[in-house]
Structures are given as C-alpha cells and as structure tokens.
Ligand binder design. Sequence first.
Ligand SMILES: Cc1cc2nc3c(=O)[nH]c(=O)nc-3n(C[C@H](O)[C@H](O)[C@H](O)COP(=O)(O)O)c2cc1C
Length: 160
Amino acid sequence: MKIIIIYFSLTGNTKKVAEKIYKILKTKGIEVSSFRLPSGEKKSFLRQCFEALVGKTYHIEKTPQIENYNVVFIGSPVWAGKITPIVNSFLKECNLSNKNVFLFTTYGSGFAKSNAMKKFEEIVKEKGGNLIGKIEIQGKKVEQSEDKIKEELEKCLKEL
Ligand SMILES: Cc1cc2nc3c(=O)[nH]c(=O)nc-3n(C[C@H](O)[C@H](O)[C@H](O)COP(=O)(O)O)c2cc1C
C-alpha cells in the first residue's frame, strides 16, 4: 500500500498533523510521501476569508501526482467555515476515482468547522473518492492529539 499526504498549512498547525500522520504510517512500515501545497502571495485575513467563502480556486504550478497511490490523505485549515482556496484548487484539478481518501482539518475557535468538513467530504465524493476516514483537530491542541490521530488511522487502515 502506498500513501500520499497532501496538505496546506499557513501557520503550521495542519503541517504538524500531517507530520504526525506521516510518522504513524511510517512506523507501521507503510510507504508514505508528503506534499505541502504552496501558500502563494501574502493576503490579508479578510481577503483570505473572502476567497475561502466564495470558493476561489487557482491554477497550481506543481501538483502532486497521485496516480501511483492507493490512499490519499488531504488536509486543510478551516477558513471562514470553508476549506482553503488552495486545497479547493487541488481538488478541482485532481481525479480521485478509485482512491481511498482520508480528510483532516485544523481549526481555531471551531466556528463552522463541521460545515467545512461537510463540504470537504462532498467535493471528495463528487470527484469519485471513497472516504475512509476524517479527523478535525483544534490548532492549539495538535500536540495532545497524537492518540486521537493514531486511533482514527488504525480504524481506517484495518478496513483497507
Ligand atoms: C483567514 C483565516 C480564517 C479562519 N477561519 C476560521 C473559521 O472559520 N473557523 C475556525 O474554527 N478557525 C478559523 N481560522 C483558524 C484556523 O483554522 C486555525 O488556526 C488552523 O489551525 C490554521 O492552520 P495552519 O496553522 O495549518 O495554517 C481561520 C484562520 C485564518 C487565517
């Protein structure tokens, strides 16, 4: 089984979750790669919220190749109750048919986090992906979340 973890992280929380997932999978002897989607130009908080709200997408110069992977982990911070524009952009361009997909988000206050995950799941299904698991973690609690992440991974790996 080959797994790729694709994520965006502006301030590092989602990156830490991606790293934890990477480490857990590696220790299980699974072949795993990781790809951080680019941040692009700096924008104001309001602009970022606006772009997330309207579902803005960009062309990504260098997209991760997922053809050779059986399982794709996709991670995004929650912005204005949505997933981030860059993750949206990746999803728009990729083909998830026949892929097992695990989603993860990190959030701050928790405002509309379920809304973001719901939309995330809908897009994955529209793109033909088979959702095998998901996890939502508060940014400031990433360090204490290792057991929760492990538990969720074990649940979904058992079924593969
Ligand atoms: C533009 C912007 C909008 C945000 N909107 C929300 C939100 O609607 N709900 C929430 O719970 N957190 C929100 N947050 C907080 C982030 O989701 C949280 O800090 C996340 O862990 C950041 O991930 P990162 O460090 O990987 O970039 C927002 C942060 C930014 C920068």
